[in-house]
Write a protein that binds this ligand. Structure first.
Ligand code: F6R
Length: 242
């Protein structure tokens, strides 16, 4: 694992954006694995800025998002489709037909999980997977558990995850109880992984993930088994790293 610690927010987002932009410059048809949440927001904003300056094009790229809430209308402001449109897709030249997000409103969720993995298989592997980490160590919505699923699956969100995400909703009751998420096996198939970690609230999670044992109780610790992981941490998140 390559861990880079930043004092400056600007350097953090520029480094993340440069990694993605240089991949697209060398391979315009790159397959990007994307995450939502607050961690990648600055990097997406920087990519939009770089695109507007003519420094990066997404016109031939394909993207796959990690996850989506179940039962939230796709045009709900907190659906991950709305998030991606607002934070990135609406401001760059990616072909909307090449952006994939699991369908959290599919009539048959089991079939949707299989179909998503099939699409990943046909278009993959993902060249660069962007990840955030939950304060409980989750990646995607792979929550700490005795067993972790390898494939895309439906997950019951833990209360601490719902509470962490309640800041985006009117009340905790409005936060969906389930999500569809790529599994750990799917995430680890990416050629390269870029983990973005910001804020003191993530200090314990990232220490456990990179310095602790590999355990399903900290799903992000499984990233230690991947040969090509870059972790960007800010001062707060990195305060307990050796
Ligand atoms: C989002 C996702 C989640 C988040 C994690 C951190 O697509 O898969 O694993 O990356 O919950 O969320 P933030 O960045 O909001 O702290």
């Amino acid at each position: 694992m390559n861990i880079l610690k930043f004092n400056s927010d600007e350097d953090f987002v520029q480094t993340g954006a440069n990694l993605i932009a240089s991949l697209l410059q060398s391979n315009p048809k790159a397959v990007l694995g994307l995450a939502t949440g607050s961690s990648p927001v600055g990097v997406y904003a920087k990519l939009v800025e770089m695109h507007q300056k003519g420094l990066v094009s997404f016109s031939k790229a394909t993207s796959f998002n990690l996850d989506e809430y179940i039962g939230l209308p796709v045009d709900h402001p907190q659906s991950y489709r709305s998030f991606m449109n607002e934070q990135l897709f609406n401001h760059i030249d990616i072909d909307p037909g090449q952006t994939h997000i699991p369908n959290g409103n599919a009539a048959d969720m089991e079939a949707e999980c299989l179909a998503y993995d099939k699409m990943l298989e046909e278009n993959g592997p993902v060249d660069l997977q962007i990840l955030g980490i939950g304060s409980n160590g989750h990646i995607g919505f792979n929550e700490p558990d005795v067993n972790l699923s390898s494939k895309t699956h439906v997950v019951d969100l833990l209360e601490d995850t719902r509470e962490a995400n309640a800041r985006f909703f009117d009340s905790l009751d409005d936060v969906p109880r389930q999500a569809i998420t790529m599994g750990i096996g799917g995430i680890l198939k990416a050629r390269q992984i870029l983990l973005l970690v910001r804020g003191a609230g993530k200090a314990e999670a990232i220490r456990n993930a990179v310095e602790g044992p590999i355990t399903t109780q900290c799903p992000a610790s499984l990233l230690q088994s991947h040969p090509n992981v870059i972790v960007l941490v800010d001062e707060g998140a990195g305060k307990w790293l050796k």
